[in-house]
Design a protein around this ligand. Structure first.
Ligand SMILES: [Zn+2]
Length: 484
């Protein structure tokens, strides 16, 4: 025993660590500390320092400040011995052990463990024992990782679940449905396929006080993730490879295909700039005198404040004449008026009949497939050109033709989709309620379905006395041209 060399009580540092690995898993730092203190007392030592690391938190992975401090104390000669619960707590890898030995051996610092005895690293036999134990610990960790991997793959091949967090719509066993949630999954998927947006569905679920699997509020991303979950469609996904699931699917494979099409449709439609507008009526409003598309400007009011207004511009930024420049109108009352008219119009049976839900589905599917084919063709053309299989002229011609076909398809998809939008008023809700909760994209799509344009005519004498919804504004000067 090296203890005999000490003139006084040997000074111990205790090192504790929380980690996920096998030995002492779940054994708290306090418990490790207590056991080590008992060991030190038994050895007749005194505890002069205690260091600790937490390897569970994600970012502590390689960096162990407690361990570094311990090495520092050893180097500084502040301690005579180290006490740990198990050597795994101290040394995770054999390479760590080599470094530790190199440091401790010349200083005669011994390491005592609660579980695996003492390693007198100053002796060859002590070092051999420590190395052997470290090697076996590493072996154990590696094989258990392999075992876990193998059993997960085996479960996947059999279509079985391999645990993890509970999926929305399913019980913890991953095999049976939680009916109330399953109904919500069906609703989400059906609504999105029919043209609803993730965001609008999220807002609606929250307004109905329906929580997520974790009891929280929905976001658009949550909703999308729930809809896209492959397990609903009887697909067991394992590292990107799909297996037939052992459980009864919640939704059919056809639905899965419809959902993929709807997601692509969303990318085609919303990826376009024309829908990403700030104002509801941008692009719809025209000057009643000259027909030019009106712009939204910040116009100064009589009281000196500024508010947005539609304005017919005389010249563009190059000084080119584009409009008459004679008509201007406040934006807010125009918007309110147009919304009122839409609500009124949609309440009539002939209009709601025109906007039937399923009429467009096969047509839309065909368009989406063709769109995808054309998009791939365009990519192919580019790759042929980049590998010199097409001349520049050939490339230009081929690209223009594919691009123009793609543009036509995009327009047709827009037309076909927008017809379906209004069919998506959730049951039990009025169109007005749906409108109020809807996002701008949805509103503009609805407008596009119904309205060819809004024309603002010049003011006439007496308009200064006309009142509309708290504004000085004459609704008679606004003309809505309907598509249907
Ligand atoms: Zn004009």
């Amino acid at each position: 025993m090296r203890g005999t060399e000490y003139m006084q009580q040997p000074r111990f540092a205790i090192y504790t660590r929380i980690s996920r690995d096998r030995v002492g898993a779940g054994l708290g730092v306090e418990r490790q500390q207590e056991d080590c203190e008992a060991l030190v007392a038994q050895l007749g030592g005194v505890v002069v320092a205690a260091y600790s690391d937490n390897d569970i938190s994600a970012y502590s992975g390689k960096h162990r400040p407690g361990y570094e401090s311990l090495l520092h104390s050893v180097k500084a000669g502040d301690i005579d011995a180290v006490a740990v619960w198990h050597q795994d707590r101290l040394l995770r890898r054999t390479i760590d052990l080599e470094k530790y030995i190199d440091l401790c051996q010349p200083l005669g610092v011994a390491t005592h463990t609660v579980k695996a005895g003492t390693f007198d690293l100053a002796t060859p036999s002590g070092r051999a024992v420590a190395k052997t134990l470290a090697a076996w610990a590493a072996y154990e960790v590696e094989t258990s990782t392999d075992r876990v991997k193998a059993s997960k793959l085996q479960a996947a091949r059999a279509g079985k679940t391999s645990g993890g967090n509970r999926a929305y719509g399913w019980n913890q066993d991953g095999m049976s449905l939680r009916e109330a949630e399953a109904a919500v999954v069906r609703e989400i998927v059906d609504r999105f396929i029919a043209g609803d947006s993730w965001n609008r569905i999220a807002v609606d679920l929250n307004s109905r006080s329906i929580p997520t699997a974790k009891g929280k509020m929905w976001s658009a991303i949550n909703v999308a993730n729930v809809a896209k979950l492959k397990r609903h469609y009887g697909i067991r996904d394992h590292n990107g490879v799909e297996y037939e699931a052992a459980w009864e699917p919640l939704l059919s494979r056809d639905k899965y295909e419809d959902l993929q099409l709807a997601i692509k449709r969303g990318q085609v439609l919303y990826g376009k700039r024309s829908y990403a507008r700030k104002h509801l009526l941008t692009g719809f409003v025209h000057c009643g005198l000259c027909g030019t598309r009106m712009r939204i400007i910040n116009a100064q009011q009589r009281d000196g404040s500024y508010s947005p207004a539609f304005s017919c511009r005389k010249n563009d930024h190059r000084g080119q004449e584009v409009g008459c420049g004679k008509v201007k109108r406040k934006k807010d009352p125009v918007e309110l008026l147009v919304i009122d008219c839409i609500m009124y119009r949609l309440d009539t049976p002939e209009v709601s009949g025109l906007l039937s839900a399923d009429a467009a589905t096969p047509e839309l599917k065909r368009l989406m497939r063709e769109h995808e084919t054309q998009r791939q063709r365009l990519e192919e053309i580019l790759s042929l050109y980049s590998t010199n299989e097409l001349t520049h002229d050939e490339y230009k011609v081929a690209k223009a033709s594919a691009q123009s076909r793609l543009d036509t398809l995009t327009r047709e998809i827009e037309r076909t989709s927008s017809k379906r939008i209004t069919a998506n008023v959730p049951s039990g809700k009025t169109l007005r309620e749906t409108w109020d909760q809807a996002d701008l994209v949805w509103k503009r799509q609805l407008l596009d379905t119904l309205i060819e344009g809004v024309y603002i005519h010049p003011k006439k004498p007496g308009d200064g006395k006309a009142k509309f919804r708290g504004f000085i504004f004459n609704p008679d000067r606004v003309e809505i041209r309907w598509k249907i």
